[in-house]
Design a protein around this ligand. Structure first.
Ligand code: HEM
Length: 503
């Protein structure tokens, strides 16, 4: 081998072994020196013409986008959903059209109240958001690990979140503030009982269930409507941290949920969840002895049917591009699935898409993680960061030059209406009874952990009125629950009983 060819061979080997490439600026031009700024002589100032330096500093200063206003701390994974049958009698929704039908998914798990860099061990509901990249567009099932919610009307959401987030004065989360809010909202009793059980501190994201919480409508080819509630059941089982285990986890690795998910997927232990649905016809829904569209209620005693299984098998290549820029919205629905009339859900159908236009910009659905894998064909256009490839000058419909068909199967389902426009709370509130059912179903160990967890925060409440109002809610749910809690926070049980009797 000549001297010349051996140099070529060595440099080629180097190029491939270290993945060498030449550093460029954002316009693709080569960078001459990535170590030293351009200066006027040895002791002179840095020059404005150092485009590379300026670009680096400018891009660095713009690396952050607003964190999600809630659910800021999260972690995502890719996977696949496989339908376990043909459910076309219930819905024309694409993922359920036949046994074995595969739909790619991206899931983001999250905590709710705490900020982006916060410990994952803190008590919180956990978000369980799934994006189905179906053949007919993206469907987002944006749920939590608890089956109910604190409130039943979106108009209370900003107030509730303000009370749960750190104080605007001290920047500290404060039970005095959120129990003040909840003492005016007995609808939260069931959710608070669930949240302060050990379910509020899952041992891993793999070992928790997920719930759609609201009822949605499933619509078949004949336009028949069924109300459905979704439930992801973990094949790994449910495993939560007891109060005694929490401190240990916080000391060892407060990113334990992300660490666990990444490790298990990278080791090939792919977590799986079975998707179950509870199905009620519109007439069965109104026969329930509580409001079936109230997000503070579980549909007790309604059997579940398994409709598929989801496997998470790949972690993101890049956290920011995938998990952080992912945008899940209850308004991302597909043919065969519509929102129910649940007031909370109706507010969510607006709120997510709205906040994402602010957080990610008008063209958020062009980001690869959010882009549908099916064809997008409409005349929404332009806006910041648009990457469209529009070639036609027909950007309106109808036109004699381009035929853009509508799909009659995707029309809004017809729904009977009666009554008046009004601004009134729902009638059948029954704020306490399902919290009691939940408490009585717990094991003795889980009951005492719930008392420990809840009294830890309620015991910090200084205002006696707030404290006793909260105690009366839990007493009303279940006498034993309220009595033990009152004892744990040194409350006055006679006062609690009197207050509970007027609820
Ligand atoms: C009216 C009530 C609610 C409102 C107004 C609301 C609003 C929001 C907003 C603005 C975000 C941030 C979205 C983003 O920046 O991408 C969010 C995230 C989220 N919400 Fe809600 N929310 C409500 C109730 C609920 C309920 C009942 C659930 C569970 C069923 C839920 C589950 C989630 C989840 C899982 C996320 C995080 C999604 C992700 O991983 O990006 N929210 N919510």
């Amino acid at each position: 081998m000549s001297f010349k060819t051996s140099i070529v061979a060595v440099s080629l080997a180097l190029a491939f072994s270290a993945q060498a490439s030449t550093i460029t600026k954002d316009n693709g031009a080569y960078v001459g020196d990535n170590q030293n700024s351009i200066t006027a002589g040895e002791n002179g100032s840095v020059l404005l013409q150092d485009v590379h330096l300026i670009q680096k500093l400018q891009r660095f200063a713009r690396e952050r986008i607003p964190e999600r206003v809630v659910h800021a701390r999260g972690t995502g994974a890719h996977g696949v959903f496989v339908s376990s049958g043909d459910f076309s009698e219930l819905t024309i929704a694409d993922p359920f059209e036949g046994a074995g039908k595969e739909t790619p998914v991206f899931v983001r798990f999250s905590t709710v109240v705490h900020s982006k860099g916060s410990p994952e061990s803190l008590r919180d509901p956990r978000g369980f958001a799934t994006k189905f990249y179906t053949d007919e567009g993206n469907w987002d099932l944006v749920g939590n690990n608890l089956p109910v919610f604190f409130i039943r009307d979106a108009i209370k959401f900003p107030d509730m979140v303000h009370s749960l987030k750190p104080s605007p004065v001290t920047n500290l989360q404060d039970p005095n503030r959120f129990f003040d809010f909840f003492s005016h909202n007995p609808s939260a009793t069931h959710m608070l009982a669930q949240l302060y059980s050990n379910l509020g501190t899952p041992a891993s994201y793999r070992e928790m269930d997920g719930f759609g919480v609201h009822a949605y409508k499933w619509i078949n080819d004949q336009g028949d409507v069924k109300y459905v509630k979704f439930h992801w059941q973990s094949q790994q089982g449910i495993n939560s941290l007891r109060p005694t285990e929490l401190a240990k986890v916080q000391g060892e690795d407060f990113n334990h949920l992300t660490s666990d998910l990444y490790k298990e997927i990278e080791d090939g232990n792919f977590p799986k969840w079975d998707l179950y649905v509870k199905v009620l016809s519109p007439s069965e829904l109104v026969e329930l002895d509580y409001n079936g569209l109230d997000a503070t209620k579980i549909w007790l005693d309604v059997p579940e049917t398994k409709v598929g299984t989801m496997t998470l098998n790949k972690v993101p290549d890049n956290f920011f591009q995938e998990s952080e820029q992912s945008a899940f919205a209850p308004s991302n629905l597909i043919s065969g699935i519509e929102p129910s009339e649940d007031r909370l859900l109706q507010g969510r159908v607006f709120s997510y898409a709205d906040t994402q236009l602010y957080r990610l910009g008008a063209n958020l659905s062009q980001l690869p993680i959010n882009a549908a894998k099916s064809n997008i064909s409409n005349y929404n256009q332009d806006g910041l960061g648009n990457q469209g490839n529009t070639r036609s000058d027909i950007n309106y419909e109808p036109s004699r030059h381009v035929e853009l068909n509508e799909n009659a199967r995707s029309r809004a389902v017809e729904t009977d209406l009666a009554g008046t426009v009004q601004q009134v709370a729902i009638k059948e509130q029954r704020n306490f009874y399902q919290a009691g059912v939940f408490y009585r179903d717990l094991s003795p160990q889980d009951k005492s952990d719930l008392i420990t967890n809840l009294s830890g925060d309620l015991g910090k409440v200084k205002d006696d009125g707030i404290k006793h109002t909260m105690l009366s809610f839990f007493y009303k749910a279940d006498n034993d629950f309220g009595r033990r809690l009152t004892q744990a926070v040194n409350g006055d049980i006679d006062r609690v009983k009197i207050m509970a009797s007027s609820l």
